[in-house]
Design a protein around this ligand. Structure first.
Ligand code: ADP
Ligand code: MG
Length: 598
């Protein structure tokens, strides 16, 4: 008795639908991709109740004649590839011929389509995979697909849908991806009879991002370019150092126009941003990779969300390099901000003047912000008295770094207050110091080595076996950093010199803190994976002197050194080193703005 049977066509489609059509957003994705492949210049999307009750995509693309319209509902019917060879270099978004029949098999489905020069169009109505009606239809040229009661015949699948709100948000995210990927196409999005989004055709990515996210975000983005080497072309825009999000939702990556998720690219982004992002934060990227279609396989994931690169290392390196270059280029823009033509350079404090602490509201003092931020400080009381600025000290100006900012004072022994053309700049002394030490250390490690200084008395210390193991394992890196540490019996170590820039009075407790910190970092990943970079960052964090009142010259030097850094605007852990509060914001706070306007 044979027990194996071929599945009926409809059941086979439903099985395929299980993979392609996970939720309403996947339907939207497939339909928009079809519209894009059809050369649409405008795509209108309408949904009701999270796309579960209704979902409609209308395009002005090439349309189909009746035969093609009927064929498009057959499984494995596609106009986009013809042979297995074509699979090796796919230039369209679709290629499997599976989306339409899959969607039609799990919904009440209606397709109307017309070619531009055709007298009449075609309307096809399909219910749960069964074609019920085929007739002439009179819609405008293009294609309209309407999907009602998604999964009505698959209650099990329907149960897995989330709330209407969540499904709507997923759809909107999908729409954003497609809109960013194709600025040349106009989009509208109507949700439950409300027009949520109306994007005109845009000339370029720049304009599309502005239309979608506003100028605020656009101003904090940097352009990406590829070095021109290799076969990988990279473009798009990425967030400056410190611009980050708690989720990956704005980390957009496109490969040949297709939005994808790729561990290879994600790793490249992480590495490219290295110290420019706080731990656990994600960058904002609109990254476009263009490469020979033959060197990327898109046929690896049912929803075509993942790709496989023929040369993953090459791709990763290209991403890392272009990110680094963009971030370091962005530094110039920041320095530009310090140019304050109408402020006399450094008409500063007398040297011996110690600035007195100024009270601020704690909420402001501790404000942590995720970007180079335009903070509107709530309840900011302001310095009570500005120091007198009548003694110019031109002779102190360093010729290298143009000093068109003015130091006002130091707040709470921690924040350096400065003035530039835009208004007030606050610098976190510790974060700044950390950044400076880190870049110094990294530079030295790459060059001739870190100069170290002998301790007057070598010291020994004991560690727990686990900590000891960690130190053993990373000893060579520590030594490379100028920390003279060696084993001195089981779980005991001797330390006899420290990097010259590190002026700690208690090397043992310093080492203890470094080890503790690194241990917690290595708990999450394997201890072996802690690279030089992480260790260097940690060493610098603990090398920073806490709450030292700096003298004016030291403050000045600190700011100079900071501005000389590759990435001056955040500490190696990604926290901001400086905050700008614009004059406009101050004016608003003091109610001056509206006064001027009236
Ligand atoms: P695929 O996109 O993988 O080819 P689909 O099932 O999504 O498979 O679509 C099948 C075929 O129907 C496409 O190859 C295309 O020729 C045609 N088609 C689908 N949607 C549209 C549309 N919006 N405009 C014009 N033709 C379309
Ligand atoms: Mg398709």
């Amino acid at each position: 008795m044979s027990r194996i049977r071929l599945l009926p066509e409809i059941v086979a489609s439903q099985v395929a639908a299980g993979e392609v059509v996970e939720r309403p957003a996947s339907v939207v994705k497939e339909l928009i991709e079809n519209s894009i492949d059809a050369g649409a210049r405008k795509i209108d999307i309408l949904i009701r109740r999270g796309g579960i009750s209704l979902l409609r995509v209308i395009d002005d693309g090439c349309g189909m004649d009746r035969d093609d319209a009927l064929l498009s509902l057959e499984r494995h019917a596609t106009s986009k590839i013809r042979s297995a060879a074509d699979l090796h270099a796919i230039a369209t978004l679709g290629f499997r011929g599976e989306a339409l029949p899959s969607i039609a098999s799990v919904s009440r489905f209606r397709l109307t389509t017309r070619e531009a020069d055709a007298v009449a169009g075609t309307e096809i109505i399909v219910n749960g995979g069964k074609i019920d009606i085929v007739r002439d239809g009179g819609e405008a040229p293009g294609t309209q697909v309407e999907v009602r009661s998604l999964f009505y015949n698959l209650p099990a699948r329907r149960k897995f849908l989330r709330s209407e709100n969540t499904e709507s948000r997923n759809i909107e995210h999908q729409l954003h991806l497609q809109a960013i990927g194709h600025p040349e196409i106009a989009f509208t999005f109507v949700r439950d009879d409300r027009l949520v989004l109306q994007l005109p055709r845009a000339a370029n990515l720049h304009d599309r991002i502005r239309d979608l996210h506003g100028n605020e975000l656009l101003e904090r983005l940097l352009p990406l370019t590829s070095a021109g080497l290799g076969k990988i072309d990279i473009g798009g825009l990425i967030g400056q150092a410190g611009v980050s999000r708690q989720t990956r939702a704005q980390q957009l990556v496109f490969v040949n126009g297709r939005a994808i998720e790729s561990p290879v690219v994600t790793a490249g982004l992480r590495e490219g941003y290295h110290t420019a992002l706080m731990k656990g934060q994600f960058p904002v990227t609109f990254l476009f990779l263009n490469l020979d279609p033959a060197s990327v396989d898109v046929n690896v994931h049912p929803a075509k969300r993942e790709v496989r690169f023929r040369d993953p290392t090459g791709v990763r390196e290209a991403v890392v390099n272009s990110i680094r270059r963009a971030l370091e280029g962005g530094r110039g823009d920041w320095q530009e901000k310090f140019r304050a033509p109408n402020i006399s350079p450094l008409s500063a404090l007398p040297i011996e003047r110690e600035t007195r602490p100024i009270e601020v509201q704690p909420a402001f003092a501790q404000q942590t912000i995720e970007t180079l931020p335009r903070v509107a400080p709530s309840g900011f009381e302001g310095p009570r008295k500005l120091p007198d600025t009548t003694t110019p000290a031109e002779e102190r100006i360093d010729k290298k770094v143009p000093q068109q900012f003015q130091i006002i004072g130091v707040l709470n022994k921690l924040y350096v207050l400065m003035e530039n053309a835009d208004g007030l700049v606050l610098v976190d002394q510790h974060a700044a110091h950390e950044r400076i030490l880190f870049e110094e250390l990294r530079r030295r490690m790459e060059e001739q080595g870190v100069p170290s200084q002998k301790l007057l008395l070598p010291q020994t210390f004991d560690l727990s076996p686990r900590d000891a193991e960690w130190v053993e394992r990373n000893m060579s890196i520590l030594q490379k950093m100028g920390i003279g540490i060696e084993g001195f019996g089981p779980n005991t170590f001797k330390i006899d010199c420290l990097p010259a820039f590190l002026k700690t009075s208690d090397p043992v407790s310093f080492m203890q803190r470094v080890v503790d910190d690194l241990k917690s970092a290595s708990n999450s990943s394997s201890p072996l994976r802690l690279g030089e970079e992480t260790i260097a960052k940690t060493v610098c964090r603990h090398a920073v002197k806490a709450n030292d009142p700096l003298r004016y010259l030291e403050v000045e030097k600190l700011i100079q050194d900071l501005l000389g850094c590759d990435l001056p605007y955040c500490c190696p852990h990604g926290r901001p080193t400086m905050i700008q509060i614009s004059l406009a914001e101050l004016e608003k706070k003091f109610g001056r703005r509206s006064a001027i306007q009236t």
